[in-house]
Design a protein around this ligand. Structure first.
Ligand SMILES: [Ca+2]
Length: 109
C-alpha cells in the first residue's frame, strides 16, 4: 500500500466532509431512478451549508438567517441556489489564506 501524503489526506477529508453534508437533504424524488443514487449530493443546499458551517467550522453566526443568506449569496457564484464543490473550495481557500499568512510570519521570526 502506497504511503499517502498529508496533503492527499487533507483533500480526501475535505471531499468526504463536503459529500457527507451535501447528501443530507437527499429526497426520494431527487434520486436517479435507474441507479437509486441521489442526484443532488454534489451540492450543498442552504440548510446543508448551515449545518456544515456550524459543526465543522464552528461558525455559529450562520444561525442568523440574514448572515446565512449573505454567505450563500457570496458562495453561489453560478446562482443555482446551491453550493457546489468548487464554490465551497473558494470558501476554504479564503479561510486558509489569513492562517497561512500568520504561519508564514511565525516561521520567519
Ligand atoms: Ca452554485
Amino acid at each position: 500500500m502506497a504511503c499517502k501524503s498529508r496533503v492527499s489526506d487533507a483533500i480526501a477529508t475535505l471531499v468526504g466532509v463536503f459529500h457527507e453534508y451535501a447528501s443530507k437533504d437527499c429526497e426520494e424524488g431527487k434520486k436517479d431512478c435507474g441507479k437509486n443514487v441521489c442526484i443532488d449530493h454534489f451540492k450543498l443546499s442552504k440548510s446543508e451549508l448551515k449545518e456544515l458551517m456550524q459543526k465543522e467550522l464552528d461558525m455559529d453566526n450562520v444561525k442568523d438567517p440574514a448572515k446565512l443568506d449573505e454567505l450563500m449569496k457570496e458562495l453561489d457564484e453560478d446562482g443555482d441556489g446551491q453550493v457546489d464543490f468548487l464554490e465551497f473550495v473558494g470558501l476554504v481557500a479564503g479561510m486558509a489564506c489569513p492562517n497561512m499568512f500568520v504561519l508564514s510570519l511565525s516561521t520567519i521570526k
